[in-house]
Design a protein around this ligand. Sequence first.
Ligand SMILES: C[S@@+](CC[C@H](N)C(=O)[O-])C[C@H]1O[C@@H](n2cnc3c(N)ncnc32)[C@H](O)[C@@H]1O
Length: 262
Amino acid sequence: MIKPKGYVDAQYLQTTAALLQEFKQRSYEWMHIQPGHVVLDDGCGPASDTVALARLVGSSGQVSGVDYDPEMIVEAEYRAMRAGFNNWVNHQQGSTDELPYPSNQFDSCRSERVFQHLKNPERALEEMVRVTKPGGRIVVWDADWGTLTIDTDESETERKLVRIMTKITVNNGYSGRRLYRMFKKQSLTGLVFEANTMFFDRYELLRTIVGFDYVESEALAMGEVTQQELDRWHESLAESDHEGCFFGSVNGILIAGEKPEK
Ligand SMILES: C[S@@+](CC[C@H](N)C(=O)[O-])C[C@H]1O[C@@H](n2cnc3c(N)ncnc32)[C@H](O)[C@@H]1O
C-alpha cells in the first residue's frame, strides 16, 4: 500500500498508546458496554483497542475492527489470535467513508486518532452513526495539534512550526476542536465531552511523535523559517533536554453521544 499522509506504523501506535491509557479506558466506559454487546473500532490499527474491548463484551459479544491498511489488519488478527479472542473479534480492511457493515448493527462504535487523518471526517461520523443501533453510543477521541505547546524562548518559531505541522503531517490537524460541532450536526443526543492533555518530558519522543524532522525541513523549504531560526530552536530544546527541563503538551478531545431512537 502507498503510505498516505500521516502514516504511522504499529510500533508508533504501541509507544503512544502507553501515553493514552487513561483516555482509552474512559472511551470504553463512555461506550456503555455490556457483556454480549456488538461493538466496532473504526480505524482499529493493529488491535490497539479491539482486544481490550473483547474482554468487556465477553465471549457472548462481538468486536469488529476496520482499517484500510492491510498490514494493520494482519497484525490485528495476529494479536487477537495470540490473546485467544479470535472467536469473537474480527478485523477487516475497509474505509471510514464506506463502512463494510449493514445499518443499525452495533451497540456502540468508537474511533481514536483516526479523524485527524481524514479528508472527509464528516462522512466518517455519518457512517459511524449509520452502523450504530438507535439508542447506541458513538465515541471519538482525537488530538488537536493546534494546541501543541513546547516550553522554549523561541516561541515565534514554535508557533510557526506547529501551524505548519497541523497542515502538512495530517489532513485534519485541528480535528479535536471540530468534533463537538460534527456531533451536533449529526443530531446525536446526550453529548458528553472532555479535553485531555498529554504531557511530554522526553524531547526525542515528542520529536518522533510530531515528525519534527519533516516539519522543520518543509518549513525551511517553504521559506516560513530561516536556518538561523531553526538553529536557535534546536539549541533551545537541546538545552532544556540537557537540563532535564524539556516540557511539551498537546490536547485531545473525547466526545460521546447517542444515536436518537427516531
Ligand atoms: C493513528 S492510527 C490509530 C489506530 C488506533 N485507533 C489506535 O488508537 O491505536 C490511525 C489509523 O487509522 C487508519 N486509517 C486512516 N484513514 C483511514 C480510512 N480512511 N479508513 C480506514 N482506516 C483509516 C490508519 O490505517 C491507522 O491504522
